[in-house]
Design a protein around this ligand. Structure first.
Ligand code: BG6
Ligand code: MG
Length: 215
C-alpha cells in the first residue's frame, strides 16, 4: 500500500490517558451507585463525553435532564483534568517520537483523530502538537466514533483521500470508525477485542512501518 497519511487516535494510542478517563468515569458511576467495570470501559473507549455518560446511565435505565447531564459531565471532566495535571513530555508512549520522525522523513502526513475535547491540551503537554499536519477532535465534529466523521475530517484537513490513509486506534468504536471511513485500520492493544482491525500490535512501540507498506 502506498501510505500518504497516518491518522492517530490519542487516548490509549499515544499516551496512557485512557486509564485516567476510566478512573474518572468509574468514580462518577460510583457516585451514581452504578457499577462500572474495566469491561464496561472497553465499550466507552473512543466514545465522546455525552455518549459515555448516557451509556453509563442506560445501564440502570436512567435518563436525566440536560442540566443534570451537563453538571455530571463537568464533574467527570474536572476529575479527569486533576488526574492528568502532572502529565508532560515523559508521558508520551515509547516509540511515538521515532515513528513520527520516520514519517516526516518519508513525507507521510501525520494526523490526529480524537473523540476528546481535551485533545489539543494533551498533545501540547506531550510536546508533540507542532508535529501534526492536522488535528481533528471532538470540538470540530458532530458525530462520535464509531461514526467515521472525525477520521474523514482529519483526512480532508491533510488533503489525502481515505484510500491512502491508515488509522491507528485502541478502541472498538475507533476501529469501526476507521473501517467506515474507508481507511486501513491498525489496532493497538488486544487482538481478540480489536478483531476488526487488519493488524493489531500490543503497543505503538511495536508498530512496524515496513509491515504496513507491504500490505
Ligand atoms: C476518548 C476517550 O478519546 O475521549 C474516552 O477514549 C473519552 O474515554 C472521550 O471519554 C471524551 O473525552 P473528553 O476529554 O472530551 O471528555
Ligand atoms: Mg483511544
Amino acid at each position: 500500500m502506498q501510505i500518504r497519511a497516518i491518522i492517530f487516535d490519542l487516548d490509549g494510542v499515544l499516551t496512557d490517558t485512557a486509564h485516567y478517563h476510566f478512573q474518572a468515569w468509574q468514580a462518577l458511576a460510583h457516585d451514581l451507585s452504578i457499577p462500572f467495570t474495566e469491561q464496561d470501559n472497553e465499550q466507552l473507549k473512543g466514545v465522546d463525553r455525552l455518549g459515555s455518560l448516557r451509556w453509563i446511565l442506560q445501564k440502570v435505565g436512567r435518563t436525566l435532564s440536560e442540566a443534570e447531564e451537563t453538571r455530571l459531565m463537568q464533574q467527570k471532566n474536572e476529575h479527569y483534568l486533576k488526574l492528568i495535571e502532572h502529565m508532560g513530555t515523559k508521558d508520551l508512549f515509547p516509540g511515538v517520537q521515532s515513528l513520527f520522525t520516520e514519517l516526516k522523513q518519508l513525507n507521510i502526513k501525520i494526523g490526529l483523530a480524537s473523540a476528546s475535547k481535551n485533545a489539543g491540551m494533551v498533545v501540547e503537554r506531550l510536546g508533540i502538537a507542532a508535529q501534526f499536519d492536522f488535528i481533528a477532535d471532538a470540538n470540530y465534529v458532530k458525530n462520535s466514533k464509531p461514526d467515521p466523521e472525525v477520521f474523514l475530517l482529519a483526512a480532508k484537513g491533510l488533503g489525502v483521500t481515505p484510500e491512502y490513509c491508515i488509522g491507528v486506534e485502541d478502541a472498538v468504536a475507533g476501529i469501526e470508525a476507521i473501517n467506515r471511513a474507508g481507511m486501513l485500520a491498525i489496532g493497538i492493544g488486544d487482538k481478540e477485542l480489536l478483531s476488526d482491525a487488519l493488524i493489531v500490535y500490543p503497543s505503538i512501540d511495536a508498530l512496524n512501518l515496513a509491515d504496513l507498506q507491504a500490505l
